[in-house]
Design a protein around this ligand. Structure first.
Ligand SMILES: NC(=O)c1ccc[n+]([C@@H]2O[C@H](COP(=O)([O-])OP(=O)(O)OC[C@H]3O[C@@H](n4cnc5c(N)ncnc54)[C@H](OP(=O)(O)O)[C@@H]3O)[C@@H](O)[C@H]2O)c1
Length: 237
């Protein structure tokens, strides 16, 4: 089968590419990033920004003759930028610019990926379309508050994934759509916020990616539309 990873240059995305490319069941792996990643025997590098519709249209045109695309993982995401974009502690810190930036990458980008890539995926048999969400996107699990734009962008992403699950089940009952929480992972995204992470709970990208792939392996159509953490435990909506 073939697989596609978006956000392939990211901490978790790069590791997913590396581990998937070592799997014998994967014939070809399409690694999509804004900057371009190194191609290899199995890995085809594509340059696209998931927030740019023209980029995704070009990518879809490049992939339109590919068959057996059975796995998509969107590992793109943004939380802060070390400058003006910082997770909000209070509603007083909210800005339209922050909402627009965060929702573009975390919510609207994956929605555009769905628009252009779902039609290319296998229409029969098991296939998985997944996006890295976050536990903080759970409304039911929210006890701390804060991080308004990021939390809301992931909650909205989870809603979209649920919608795609319903839509895809009508076409292919074996299709699975899922949100995945990777744990707290030592990447550029989490770096400024690692102070309060308890000992032993900060995963390397390698450990997180291995967990995520084993969760994906275990998903069934009954799981479609839901969100799971790195251990395979369902996260409430
Ligand atoms: N690290 C954690 O602790 C943690 C916890 C919970 C959830 N997550 C989620 O896991 C996913 C991967 O995160 P990560 O930790 O691997 O982060 P990362 O190392 O910062 O990678 C994120 C990737 O997102 C892609 N991206 C696409 N458009 C972007 C834009 N406009 N601005 C910034 N980045 C953009 C980039 O890849 P390209 O250049 O290849 O496009 C970037 O490398 C995200 O969805 C994040 O929300 C992470």
């Amino acid at each position: 089968m073939q697989a596609i990873v978006f956000g392939a240059s990211g901490g978790i995305g790069a590791e997913l590419v590396s581990q998937l490319s070592n799997r014998t069941g994967i014939r070809r792996l399409h690694a999509v990033s804004r900057t371009g990643v190194t191609a290899s025997r199995k890995v085809v590098a594509h340059t696209a920004d998931i927030t740019a519709e023209t980029d995704l249209a070009h990518l879809a045109a490049d992939l339109k003759n590919e068959d057996d695309i059975r796995l998509v993982i969107i590992a793109s995401g943004i939380l802060s930028d070390g400058s003006a974009l910082q997770p909000e502690k209070s509603y007083r810190q909210q800005t339209m610019q922050a909402f627009e930036r965060v929702f573009r990458v975390n919510t609207f980008g994956p929605a555009l990926v769905a628009r252009y890539i779902l039609p290319l995926m296998s229409r029969s048999g098991r296939a998985v379309f997944s996006a890295l969400s976050a536990r903080v996107g759970s409304i039911g699990d929210n006890r701390l508050g804060g991080w308004h734009a990021y939390r809301a962008s992931k909650a909205a992403l989870n809603m979209l994934l649920r919608n795609y699950a319903i839509e895809q089940a009508r076409r292919n009952p074996e299709f699975i759509v899922a949100g995945l929480h990777p744990g707290t992972v030592d990447t550029g995204l989490s770096k400024p916020f690692q102070n309060n992470v308890p000992d032993g709970r900060l995963f390397t990208p390698k450990v997180s990616a291995a967990h995520l792939l084993s969760v994906i392996d275990g998903l069934t159509p009954a799981d479609s539309g839901k969100c799971f953490d790195w251990a395979g435990t369902e996260i409430p909506a």
